[in-house]
Design a protein. Structure first.
Lengths: 447, 447
């Protein structure tokens, strides 16, 4: 018999019950908080047309897309034509984020509310090199508002993620806030040519990972002279001055000044909600994705390199699907990062899963009687597993403790005749004869 | 600007909020019932190695697998070598069902309980021709017990799905029960050669779709003579006689007779649980999948061609991964079928989603004040959306009714000063001044 590997593929994970208890705890809170802000759920398919996905994430994103191989005739035709490319061999791929599918959905369904406030909690796939804490299948938890340029929408998405972190028990998060137009103004003022602006932002985005020296090197590789790079970093440093935003806002009506005004207003709005005291202007925040057009956000906690999530305003993306501009703003929380920090910090409450009671029995009790008793106990709200065989009782009890049940309900011919079970508390070892109708109360009281 | 198609790919669906309310209603009940039977959750990755998937579902299954195209160097190498096959171009694919991943998991994690009772509710993907009610991405809701040959496990998986259907509101379901060994005996007795047995079962599996004449034609195509086919159908018809199972059980110790005994015992066990009165022996039930080895099940409701789900015992599948045999039995409910019937029969209760209150305001109320009031109302447990702009009040109220909110909370300078909102019931039109602390009680009482 050939042995097949039984591990999940590289970068993929199986989630057993204890993992899922933790994941569901977090997702339940995310969902409840997002709904309390008036967001409604959306789920989009795992598979999207490549025409939807390509060209939205930049060249690196395109390379990390999972593509689905054509089948049968289409595959044969693609191979026949000689020197086939990726585009000849596939025209569908896996969801890469939740923002592009949202843009497609907004363009497709004309009956959505004028302000479509949707949340979406689903996995995405990226054929990235797996590493500690980096997976090829991972969940994102997004909130977005489409259809308005009002900064209130920006404040609401920041408020929603802040409230999520509060309810999960995070006391030390910070929302970093910047504006693409302000960043652009500072980049141009440093003497960087307009056509190098995007590449400069990609280098700048790595500041918290590689430091100022690293960014200088990276900028040099991207064709920006050392003196210019130094000017940029100095300009950004100067922008950290507390008075910078107010001064810039009053300077003129340039895009940079307008952005500074928008940021001041947004800081005030965010401070009126659950992110009060937890939001800072961060002139070095860049965000990697190219589609942002206005305010950008990132949320961090102490001791974690990188962020728990980020987002921003992207007023042009939906237009790529719809042919007319629809403004939008959103924030995405990374579920895996949140779980990682919560596990390290032991932030999970006790989470109940698995059977509360294992029904054990002596060999003279018919299986049908065990099924009848289990059906009754389940009807009273208990989670009940029936031990499927009848080895020695000790073995059955050991199993019951092993699967985490708090009690074993033991059934012999005598108990069966009397309509009771011998209810054993597997923690204390105490055992009592309990009428079937009272088992749920006993087990519930003991938990 | 080039228009990109905004539809999901063929066979795929977007789920908007009303769809998800219905899906979550059903999944919530499935999950609760499965857990009440002591099953614990498992989730496996979307992507599996092709070595895990290939050869488990039969040749048709292999053809319907989605395969993921190699990238960069691996793709280049595959194409260089000339006349590449599917296996040169891909070594990973999408999950095709939930049973094979379970078998891989049981083989991989040696710390699982001796009787691993897992449930799994996840989508699967099949590159099938889409049709009405048939999708390429669809959800299955599986329960399985591994590690025991006890018929109690078979009865428990049948009991769990029966209880799910009961709690969903189905009063007319039937579990059809048969046994692969009994079927095999009847096939051989009809004079069908042992090597044609599998192909005969595939034809027989279509009986409820294409009728006896259709099966006879299909058997003929598969090399089984008309007289033999007629004998098989007559034998199966005779097996419907009420006394058949008892007579066959007593006949001898042949595999067919042992299977009849096992079925009699299982019928009795199932009748002791939630499927009481809803289980029948059906000698024509065949099931398409090749891995079944013992009892097989299918669950149907009146007026629906095809089944809501099915399953059976498969004692050899895990051994294909583990190298040693681990018996197993399971039942799979099809979520899409259940939703289809529940929608046709209007079986859904009223499902609440979306904001309960839309906060509207006059233009002289600052946005920050609206955020503060919304934060307060959310803190009292309400789902609150803030209208992000300040057009005429009538337009804001119209929007609030459109998104299904029961109330609008209207904020003017006067209300703001007094710590109240003008709370408008959007159904009755009634409007009252209500202190912020009382809004939740008013809205709750009105629902």
């Amino acid at each position: 018999m050939t042995q097949i590997s039984t591990k999940p593929p590289s970068g993929m994970r199986d989630f057993l019950a204890p993992d899922l208890a933790r994941r569901r705890h977090v997702v339940g809170i995310v969902q409840r908080v997002y709904e309390s802000f008036g967001f409604t759920p959306l789920e989009t398919p795992t598979i999207e047309n490549l025409s939807t996905l390509l060209g939205k994430y930049g060249p690196e994103g395109d390379q990390l897309l999972y593509r689905l191989l054509h089948r049968r005739e289409r595959l044969a035709r693609a191979l026949e034509k000689g020197s086939p490319t990726e585009l000849d061999l596939a025209d569908e791929g896996l969801r890469y984020d939740l923002t592009v599918p949202l843009a497609r959905v907004v363009a497709n369904y004309r009956t959505l509310p004028a302000f479509y406030k949707r949340y979406q909690i689903q996995p995405v796939w990226r054929a990235d090199r797996p590493a500690k804490g980096r997976f090829r299948e991972f969940y994102q938890c997004d909130v977005d508002v489409t259809g308005t340029r009002s900064p209130l929408a920006d404040a609401e998405v920041c408020g929603a993620v802040a409230q999520v972190l509060r309810e999960l028990g995070f006391a030390d998060f910070t929302i970093h806030l910047n504006h693409r137009e302000l960043l652009r103004a500072l980049v141009l003022e440093a003497g960087i040519a307009r056509e190098l602006e995007s590449t400069a932002l990609i280098a700048l985005d790595k500041l918290d990972k590689i430091g100022a020296d690293g960014v200088r090197d990276e900028l040099a590789q991207r064709g920006i002279e050392n003196a210019t790079a130094a000017a940029l970093l100095a300009g950004l440093e100067a922008a950290r001055e507390p008075a910078f935003l107010a001064q810039r806002a009053q300077r003129d009506d340039s895009p940079g000044a307008l952005a500074a005004r928008a940021l001041s207003e947004l800081l005030e709005l965010i401070a009126a909600g659950p992110a009060a005291g937890r939001v800072v202007f961060d002139p070095t925040l860049a965000r990697g994705l190219s589609y942002y057009t206005g305010p950008i956000f990132e949320i961090t906690v102490r001791d974690l390199a990188g962020s728990l999530g980020g987002g921003g305003r992207y007023d042009d993306l939906i237009g790529m699907f719809l042919g007319k501009q629809v403004p939008a703003v959103g924030f995405s929380l990374g579920l895996e990062r949140i779980l990682l920090v919560m596990e390290e910090r032991q932030m999970f409450p006790a989470l109940a899963f698995g059977p509360q009671v294992v029904l054990c029995r002596f060999a003279d009790v018919p299986s049908a009687a065990a099924v009848r008793v289990a059906t009754l106990l389940r009807g009273s709200g208990l989670r009940v597993e029936v031990f499927p065989e009848t080895p020695a009782l000790g073995k059955q009890l050991q199993y019951a403790a092993g699967v985490g049940a708090s009690h074993a309900a033991i059934l012999g011919a005598k108990e069966l005749a009397e309509g009771v079970v011998a209810l054993k508390d597997l923690r204390s070892g105490e055992q009592q004869s309990v009428p079937l109708a009272d088992v749920a109360a006993r087990v519930g009281a003991a938990r």
